[in-house]
Design a protein around this ligand. Structure first.
Ligand SMILES: Nc1nc2c(ncn2[C@@H]2O[C@H](COP(=O)(O)OP(=O)(O)OP(=O)(O)O)[C@@H](O)[C@H]2O)c(=O)[nH]1
Ligand SMILES: [Mg+2]
Length: 373
Protein backbone atom coordinates (compact mmCIF):
# COMPACT_ATOMS: atom_id res chain seq x y z
CA UNK A 1 0.00 0.00 0.00
CA UNK A 2 1.45 3.39 -0.85
CA UNK A 3 2.15 5.54 2.17
CA UNK A 4 -0.05 8.37 0.99
CA UNK A 5 -3.11 6.29 0.32
CA UNK A 6 -5.26 4.88 3.11
CA UNK A 7 -7.84 2.37 1.97
CA UNK A 8 -10.85 1.14 3.92
CA UNK A 9 -12.89 -2.02 3.60
CA UNK A 10 -16.28 -1.16 2.09
CA UNK A 11 -17.84 -4.09 3.98
CA UNK A 12 -16.91 -3.27 7.59
CA UNK A 13 -15.15 0.11 7.43
CA UNK A 14 -11.83 -1.20 8.83
CA UNK A 15 -8.59 0.40 7.64
CA UNK A 16 -6.99 -2.10 5.27
CA UNK A 17 -3.60 -3.56 6.16
CA UNK A 18 -1.50 -6.49 4.94
CA UNK A 19 0.58 -6.96 8.07
CA UNK A 20 -1.45 -8.93 10.63
CA UNK A 21 -4.16 -11.48 9.69
CA UNK A 22 -5.37 -11.47 13.31
CA UNK A 23 -6.25 -7.76 13.22
CA UNK A 24 -9.14 -5.88 11.62
CA UNK A 25 -8.83 -4.91 7.95
CA UNK A 26 -6.37 -7.62 6.90
CA UNK A 27 -6.09 -8.16 3.16
CA UNK A 28 -3.40 -10.36 1.56
CA UNK A 29 -0.76 -8.19 -0.12
CA UNK A 30 -1.24 -9.82 -3.55
CA UNK A 31 -5.04 -9.17 -3.50
CA UNK A 32 -4.37 -5.56 -2.74
CA UNK A 33 -1.74 -5.35 -5.46
CA UNK A 34 -4.18 -6.73 -8.03
CA UNK A 35 -6.73 -4.13 -7.04
CA UNK A 36 -4.21 -1.31 -7.27
CA UNK A 37 -3.11 -2.42 -10.73
CA UNK A 38 -6.69 -2.64 -11.98
CA UNK A 39 -9.12 -0.55 -9.98
CA UNK A 40 -12.05 -1.10 -12.37
CA UNK A 41 -13.36 -3.20 -9.44
CA UNK A 42 -14.69 -0.41 -7.23
CA UNK A 43 -15.30 -2.47 -4.10
CA UNK A 44 -12.54 -3.72 -1.90
CA UNK A 45 -13.28 -6.11 0.97
CA UNK A 46 -11.00 -7.30 3.76
CA UNK A 47 -10.45 -11.04 4.26
CA UNK A 48 -12.80 -11.16 7.27
CA UNK A 49 -15.63 -9.63 5.20
CA UNK A 50 -14.86 -12.00 2.33
CA UNK A 51 -15.27 -15.01 4.65
CA UNK A 52 -18.38 -13.62 6.30
CA UNK A 53 -20.01 -12.82 2.98
CA UNK A 54 -19.21 -16.09 1.24
CA UNK A 55 -19.07 -18.66 4.05
CA UNK A 56 -20.75 -16.92 7.04
CA UNK A 57 -17.57 -17.66 8.97
CA UNK A 58 -16.27 -15.09 11.38
CA UNK A 59 -12.62 -14.27 11.99
CA UNK A 60 -12.49 -12.99 15.56
CA UNK A 61 -10.78 -9.63 15.73
CA UNK A 62 -10.52 -7.44 18.83
CA UNK A 63 -13.67 -5.29 19.16
CA UNK A 64 -12.88 -1.87 20.55
CA UNK A 65 -16.02 -0.68 22.33
CA UNK A 66 -14.25 2.42 23.60
CA UNK A 67 -13.45 3.41 20.01
CA UNK A 68 -17.06 2.65 18.98
CA UNK A 69 -18.38 4.93 21.73
CA UNK A 70 -15.90 7.61 20.76
CA UNK A 71 -17.20 7.52 17.18
CA UNK A 72 -20.72 7.96 18.53
CA UNK A 73 -19.74 10.92 20.66
CA UNK A 74 -18.16 12.62 17.61
CA UNK A 75 -21.67 12.98 16.19
CA UNK A 76 -22.39 15.45 19.00
CA UNK A 77 -19.81 17.84 17.47
CA UNK A 78 -21.69 18.34 14.22
CA UNK A 79 -25.25 19.01 13.09
CA UNK A 80 -26.66 15.67 12.02
CA UNK A 81 -29.79 13.57 11.85
CA UNK A 82 -29.43 10.43 13.97
CA UNK A 83 -31.31 7.34 12.85
CA UNK A 84 -31.50 5.16 15.97
CA UNK A 85 -32.26 1.55 15.03
CA UNK A 86 -33.80 -0.82 17.58
CA UNK A 87 -34.65 -4.50 17.16
CA UNK A 88 -38.38 -4.98 17.78
CA UNK A 89 -37.72 -8.57 18.79
CA UNK A 90 -35.03 -7.60 21.29
CA UNK A 91 -35.92 -4.15 22.55
CA UNK A 92 -34.15 -4.38 25.91
CA UNK A 93 -30.94 -5.43 24.13
CA UNK A 94 -31.32 -2.42 21.81
CA UNK A 95 -31.61 0.31 24.39
CA UNK A 96 -28.81 2.89 24.67
CA UNK A 97 -29.92 4.97 27.63
CA UNK A 98 -26.98 7.36 27.17
CA UNK A 99 -27.72 8.01 23.50
CA UNK A 100 -28.62 11.69 23.83
CA UNK A 101 -25.50 12.23 25.92
CA UNK A 102 -23.39 10.88 23.02
CA UNK A 103 -25.09 12.69 20.17
CA UNK A 104 -25.63 16.09 21.80
CA UNK A 105 -28.61 18.15 20.67
CA UNK A 106 -29.08 16.29 17.40
CA UNK A 107 -32.58 14.97 16.68
CA UNK A 108 -33.37 11.24 16.75
CA UNK A 109 -35.41 9.43 14.14
CA UNK A 110 -36.37 6.13 15.74
CA UNK A 111 -36.51 3.02 13.55
CA UNK A 112 -38.06 -0.20 14.90
CA UNK A 113 -36.49 -2.84 12.66
CA UNK A 114 -37.29 -6.54 12.06
CA UNK A 115 -41.05 -5.89 11.86
CA UNK A 116 -41.22 -9.07 9.74
CA UNK A 117 -40.63 -11.13 12.91
CA UNK A 118 -43.62 -9.74 14.77
CA UNK A 119 -46.63 -12.11 14.65
CA UNK A 120 -49.37 -10.85 12.36
CA UNK A 121 -51.78 -10.81 15.33
CA UNK A 122 -49.96 -7.71 16.63
CA UNK A 123 -51.23 -4.30 15.57
CA UNK A 124 -48.26 -2.36 14.25
CA UNK A 125 -49.74 0.96 15.36
CA UNK A 126 -50.01 -0.29 18.90
CA UNK A 127 -46.45 -1.53 18.72
CA UNK A 128 -45.32 1.90 17.54
CA UNK A 129 -47.05 3.59 20.50
CA UNK A 130 -45.52 1.05 22.83
CA UNK A 131 -42.06 1.69 21.39
CA UNK A 132 -42.42 5.46 21.74
CA UNK A 133 -43.55 5.02 25.32
CA UNK A 134 -40.56 2.80 26.12
CA UNK A 135 -38.18 5.40 24.70
CA UNK A 136 -39.82 8.18 26.69
CA UNK A 137 -39.51 6.13 29.86
CA UNK A 138 -35.79 5.78 29.08
CA UNK A 139 -35.52 9.57 28.72
CA UNK A 140 -35.23 9.64 24.92
CA UNK A 141 -37.48 11.77 22.73
CA UNK A 142 -37.39 10.86 19.04
CA UNK A 143 -38.95 13.39 16.66
CA UNK A 144 -40.44 10.60 14.53
CA UNK A 145 -40.81 6.81 14.56
CA UNK A 146 -40.93 4.33 11.68
CA UNK A 147 -41.35 0.55 11.80
CA UNK A 148 -39.56 -1.28 8.99
CA UNK A 149 -38.14 -4.57 7.90
CA UNK A 150 -34.71 -3.98 6.42
CA UNK A 151 -34.62 -7.60 5.36
CA UNK A 152 -38.00 -7.74 3.63
CA UNK A 153 -37.67 -4.13 2.42
CA UNK A 154 -40.95 -3.15 4.11
CA UNK A 155 -41.62 0.58 4.65
CA UNK A 156 -38.18 1.57 3.40
CA UNK A 157 -39.72 4.16 1.06
CA UNK A 158 -41.61 5.79 3.94
CA UNK A 159 -38.43 5.88 5.96
CA UNK A 160 -36.54 7.50 3.07
CA UNK A 161 -39.23 10.16 2.74
CA UNK A 162 -38.98 10.86 6.48
CA UNK A 163 -35.19 11.09 6.32
CA UNK A 164 -35.40 13.52 3.39
CA UNK A 165 -37.96 15.66 5.25
CA UNK A 166 -35.96 15.80 8.44
CA UNK A 167 -32.35 15.98 7.43
CA UNK A 168 -32.05 19.54 6.01
CA UNK A 169 -28.80 18.74 4.15
CA UNK A 170 -27.22 17.31 7.29
CA UNK A 171 -25.30 14.05 7.46
CA UNK A 172 -27.36 11.02 8.50
CA UNK A 173 -25.84 8.66 11.10
CA UNK A 174 -27.31 5.20 11.60
CA UNK A 175 -26.64 4.09 15.18
CA UNK A 176 -27.68 1.35 17.60
CA UNK A 177 -26.43 -1.69 19.51
CA UNK A 178 -24.88 -4.65 17.67
CA UNK A 179 -27.08 -6.88 15.51
CA UNK A 180 -30.14 -4.62 15.36
CA UNK A 181 -29.77 -4.47 11.56
CA UNK A 182 -28.11 -1.08 10.91
CA UNK A 183 -26.01 -2.33 8.00
CA UNK A 184 -28.90 -4.35 6.55
CA UNK A 185 -30.98 -1.15 6.69
CA UNK A 186 -28.31 0.87 4.89
CA UNK A 187 -28.09 -1.85 2.23
CA UNK A 188 -31.88 -1.60 1.84
CA UNK A 189 -31.61 2.18 1.40
CA UNK A 190 -28.81 1.86 -1.16
CA UNK A 191 -30.83 -0.74 -3.02
CA UNK A 192 -33.91 1.50 -3.12
CA UNK A 193 -31.68 4.34 -4.33
CA UNK A 194 -29.56 2.80 -7.07
CA UNK A 195 -30.23 -0.94 -7.16
CA UNK A 196 -26.90 -2.09 -5.67
CA UNK A 197 -27.32 -5.15 -3.48
CA UNK A 198 -25.61 -6.03 -0.19
CA UNK A 199 -22.75 -3.55 -0.44
CA UNK A 200 -22.04 -3.56 3.30
CA UNK A 201 -21.29 -6.79 5.16
CA UNK A 202 -24.03 -8.05 7.48
CA UNK A 203 -24.11 -11.14 9.70
CA UNK A 204 -25.60 -12.57 12.86
CA UNK A 205 -22.27 -12.24 14.69
CA UNK A 206 -22.34 -9.25 17.04
CA UNK A 207 -19.71 -6.72 15.97
CA UNK A 208 -19.73 -7.08 12.19
CA UNK A 209 -19.19 -3.41 11.35
CA UNK A 210 -15.84 -2.27 12.74
CA UNK A 211 -15.64 1.39 11.79
CA UNK A 212 -17.71 4.16 10.24
CA UNK A 213 -18.71 3.59 6.62
CA UNK A 214 -19.44 6.92 4.92
CA UNK A 215 -21.55 6.89 1.77
CA UNK A 216 -22.17 10.05 -0.27
CA UNK A 217 -25.81 11.13 -0.74
CA UNK A 218 -26.82 12.51 -4.13
CA UNK A 219 -27.81 15.95 -2.83
CA UNK A 220 -24.73 16.41 -0.64
CA UNK A 221 -23.95 15.11 2.80
CA UNK A 222 -23.33 11.53 3.80
CA UNK A 223 -25.16 8.46 5.04
CA UNK A 224 -22.99 6.86 7.72
CA UNK A 225 -23.09 3.30 9.08
CA UNK A 226 -21.55 2.91 12.53
CA UNK A 227 -20.28 -0.04 14.60
CA UNK A 228 -22.87 -1.31 17.07
CA UNK A 229 -22.53 -0.49 20.74
CA UNK A 230 -21.86 -3.74 22.58
CA UNK A 231 -24.29 -4.55 25.37
CA UNK A 232 -22.49 -6.54 28.00
CA UNK A 233 -24.22 -9.53 29.58
CA UNK A 234 -25.97 -10.83 26.52
CA UNK A 235 -26.98 -14.44 26.10
CA UNK A 236 -24.97 -14.49 22.84
CA UNK A 237 -21.74 -14.81 24.87
CA UNK A 238 -22.76 -18.35 25.88
CA UNK A 239 -23.65 -19.57 22.39
CA UNK A 240 -21.52 -21.02 19.62
CA UNK A 241 -21.39 -19.42 16.18
CA UNK A 242 -23.97 -21.92 14.91
CA UNK A 243 -26.34 -21.36 17.81
CA UNK A 244 -26.48 -17.60 17.29
CA UNK A 245 -29.22 -18.20 14.72
CA UNK A 246 -31.73 -18.58 17.58
CA UNK A 247 -31.10 -14.93 18.49
CA UNK A 248 -31.64 -13.58 14.99
CA UNK A 249 -34.78 -15.31 13.71
CA UNK A 250 -35.37 -15.13 10.00
CA UNK A 251 -39.13 -15.78 9.89
CA UNK A 252 -42.27 -14.43 11.52
CA UNK A 253 -42.47 -15.72 15.09
CA UNK A 254 -45.29 -18.21 15.59
CA UNK A 255 -46.61 -17.84 19.13
CA UNK A 256 -46.65 -21.16 20.99
CA UNK A 257 -49.54 -21.36 23.47
CA UNK A 258 -49.32 -23.50 26.62
CA UNK A 259 -52.27 -23.90 29.00
CA UNK A 260 -50.45 -24.18 32.31
CA UNK A 261 -51.45 -25.01 35.84
CA UNK A 262 -49.51 -24.00 38.91
CA UNK A 263 -46.50 -26.18 39.65
CA UNK A 264 -45.56 -26.54 35.96
CA UNK A 265 -42.37 -25.40 34.24
CA UNK A 266 -41.42 -24.31 30.73
CA UNK A 267 -37.84 -24.68 29.46
CA UNK A 268 -36.56 -22.52 26.60
CA UNK A 269 -34.21 -25.27 25.44
CA UNK A 270 -31.42 -25.18 28.04
CA UNK A 271 -31.12 -21.39 28.02
CA UNK A 272 -34.02 -20.21 30.14
CA UNK A 273 -36.78 -21.51 32.39
CA UNK A 274 -40.09 -20.27 33.76
CA UNK A 275 -41.80 -21.86 36.77
CA UNK A 276 -45.50 -21.23 37.34
CA UNK A 277 -45.45 -21.40 41.14
CA UNK A 278 -48.94 -20.25 42.11
CA UNK A 279 -52.10 -18.88 40.50
CA UNK A 280 -55.16 -19.82 38.49
CA UNK A 281 -54.61 -21.97 35.38
CA UNK A 282 -54.04 -19.81 32.30
CA UNK A 283 -52.38 -19.28 28.89
CA UNK A 284 -48.65 -18.82 28.67
CA UNK A 285 -47.65 -17.68 25.18
CA UNK A 286 -44.05 -18.19 24.09
CA UNK A 287 -42.50 -15.82 21.51
CA UNK A 288 -39.08 -17.20 20.58
CA UNK A 289 -37.41 -18.42 17.39
CA UNK A 290 -39.66 -21.06 15.80
CA UNK A 291 -36.81 -23.59 15.86
CA UNK A 292 -36.01 -23.20 19.57
CA UNK A 293 -37.19 -26.21 21.52
CA UNK A 294 -39.72 -25.42 24.29
CA UNK A 295 -40.37 -28.15 26.85
CA UNK A 296 -43.12 -28.37 29.50
CA UNK A 297 -42.64 -30.42 32.65
CA UNK A 298 -43.73 -30.65 36.29
CA UNK A 299 -42.02 -28.16 38.56
CA UNK A 300 -41.05 -30.83 41.10
CA UNK A 301 -39.13 -32.72 38.38
CA UNK A 302 -37.69 -29.68 36.61
CA UNK A 303 -34.29 -29.44 38.31
CA UNK A 304 -33.57 -33.10 37.82
CA UNK A 305 -34.83 -33.00 34.22
CA UNK A 306 -32.55 -30.05 33.45
CA UNK A 307 -29.53 -31.78 34.89
CA UNK A 308 -30.17 -34.96 32.93
CA UNK A 309 -31.03 -33.40 29.57
CA UNK A 310 -28.94 -30.21 29.32
CA UNK A 311 -26.87 -30.28 26.13
CA UNK A 312 -29.01 -33.08 24.67
CA UNK A 313 -32.80 -32.69 24.54
CA UNK A 314 -32.38 -29.24 26.06
CA UNK A 315 -30.08 -27.83 23.37
CA UNK A 316 -28.72 -25.18 22.89
CA UNK A 317 -26.35 -25.08 24.62
CA UNK A 318 -24.54 -27.99 23.04
CA UNK A 319 -21.87 -27.92 25.74
CA UNK A 320 -23.44 -28.62 29.16
CA UNK A 321 -20.13 -28.56 31.07
CA UNK A 322 -19.11 -25.00 30.31
CA UNK A 323 -22.60 -23.48 30.47
CA UNK A 324 -23.17 -21.29 33.56
CA UNK A 325 -25.88 -22.37 36.02
CA UNK A 326 -29.37 -20.90 35.69
CA UNK A 327 -30.33 -18.38 38.39
CA UNK A 328 -33.92 -17.69 39.51
CA UNK A 329 -35.73 -14.39 39.95
CA UNK A 330 -39.07 -14.14 41.78
CA UNK A 331 -41.82 -12.42 39.83
CA UNK A 332 -45.40 -11.61 40.87
CA UNK A 333 -47.69 -10.16 38.21
CA UNK A 334 -50.63 -7.85 38.85
CA UNK A 335 -51.48 -7.32 35.16
CA UNK A 336 -50.95 -9.45 32.05
CA UNK A 337 -47.20 -9.26 31.53
CA UNK A 338 -44.33 -10.29 29.28
CA UNK A 339 -41.42 -12.04 30.90
CA UNK A 340 -38.52 -10.97 28.69
CA UNK A 341 -35.55 -13.31 28.28
CA UNK A 342 -33.34 -10.69 26.66
CA UNK A 343 -32.18 -11.74 23.20
CA UNK A 344 -34.22 -14.95 23.20
CA UNK A 345 -37.73 -13.46 23.17
CA UNK A 346 -40.49 -13.37 25.76
CA UNK A 347 -43.35 -15.29 27.39
CA UNK A 348 -46.73 -13.57 27.84
CA UNK A 349 -48.21 -14.58 31.21
CA UNK A 350 -51.56 -13.97 32.98
CA UNK A 351 -52.24 -11.44 35.72
CA UNK A 352 -51.94 -12.37 39.40
CA UNK A 353 -49.50 -15.24 39.08
CA UNK A 354 -46.44 -16.06 41.09
CA UNK A 355 -43.46 -17.12 38.97
CA UNK A 356 -39.78 -17.86 39.01
CA UNK A 357 -37.85 -16.98 35.85
CA UNK A 358 -34.33 -18.24 35.14
CA UNK A 359 -31.44 -17.17 32.92
CA UNK A 360 -27.73 -18.04 33.09
CA UNK A 361 -26.00 -16.44 36.04
CA UNK A 362 -25.18 -12.78 35.33
CA UNK A 363 -28.17 -12.14 33.05
CA UNK A 364 -31.42 -10.43 34.09
CA UNK A 365 -34.96 -11.36 33.18
CA UNK A 366 -37.19 -8.30 32.65
CA UNK A 367 -40.92 -7.84 33.16
CA UNK A 368 -43.11 -5.45 31.19
CA UNK A 369 -46.87 -4.99 30.78
CA UNK A 370 -47.96 -7.35 28.03
CA UNK A 371 -47.65 -6.08 24.46
CA UNK A 372 -51.01 -7.66 23.67
CA UNK A 373 -53.63 -7.29 26.37
N1 LIG B 1 -35.72 -10.97 10.41
C1 LIG B 1 -34.95 -9.90 10.19
N2 LIG B 1 -33.62 -9.99 10.37
C2 LIG B 1 -32.89 -8.88 10.13
C3 LIG B 1 -33.44 -7.65 9.68
N3 LIG B 1 -32.44 -6.74 9.54
C4 LIG B 1 -31.31 -7.39 9.88
N4 LIG B 1 -31.57 -8.66 10.23
C5 LIG B 1 -30.60 -9.70 10.66
O1 LIG B 1 -29.97 -9.26 11.86
C6 LIG B 1 -28.60 -9.66 11.87
C7 LIG B 1 -27.71 -8.46 12.09
O2 LIG B 1 -27.78 -7.60 10.96
P1 LIG B 1 -26.66 -6.47 10.67
O3 LIG B 1 -27.21 -5.56 9.62
O4 LIG B 1 -25.33 -7.07 10.45
O5 LIG B 1 -26.68 -5.70 12.08
P2 LIG B 1 -25.82 -4.45 12.55
O6 LIG B 1 -26.72 -3.61 13.42
O7 LIG B 1 -25.21 -3.75 11.41
O8 LIG B 1 -24.74 -5.15 13.48
P3 LIG B 1 -23.22 -4.65 13.85
O9 LIG B 1 -22.51 -4.30 12.61
O10 LIG B 1 -22.65 -5.84 14.55
O11 LIG B 1 -23.38 -3.49 14.78
C8 LIG B 1 -28.37 -10.37 10.54
O12 LIG B 1 -28.52 -11.77 10.77
C9 LIG B 1 -29.48 -9.85 9.65
O13 LIG B 1 -29.87 -10.75 8.62
C10 LIG B 1 -34.86 -7.61 9.47
O14 LIG B 1 -35.46 -6.61 9.07
N5 LIG B 1 -35.56 -8.76 9.75
MG1 LIG C 1 -23.25 -3.43 10.93
Amino acid sequence: MSETETLFCIGCGAKLQSVNPQEAGYIPANTLKKYQEDSSEPELYCQRCFRLRHYNEVTQVPLDDVHFKHLLSQIGHEQALVVYVVDLFNFSGSLIKQLQHYIGKNPILLVGNKADLIPSSFKLNKLKNWLQHQLKTAGLHPIATELVSAKKLTNIDDLLTKITQLRHQRNVYVVGTTNVGKSTLINAIIRAHNGWQDLITTSNFPGTTLNEIRLPLTDGGELVDTPGIIHKNQISQFLTAKELKYLTPQKEIHPRIFQLQEQQTLFLAGLGRLDFVKGKPGSFVVYVDNQLYVHRTKLEQAADFYQRHLGELLQPPAEADTFPPLRAQNINTTVKSDIVFSGLGWIAVPENVQLQAYLPQGLQVEVRPSLIN
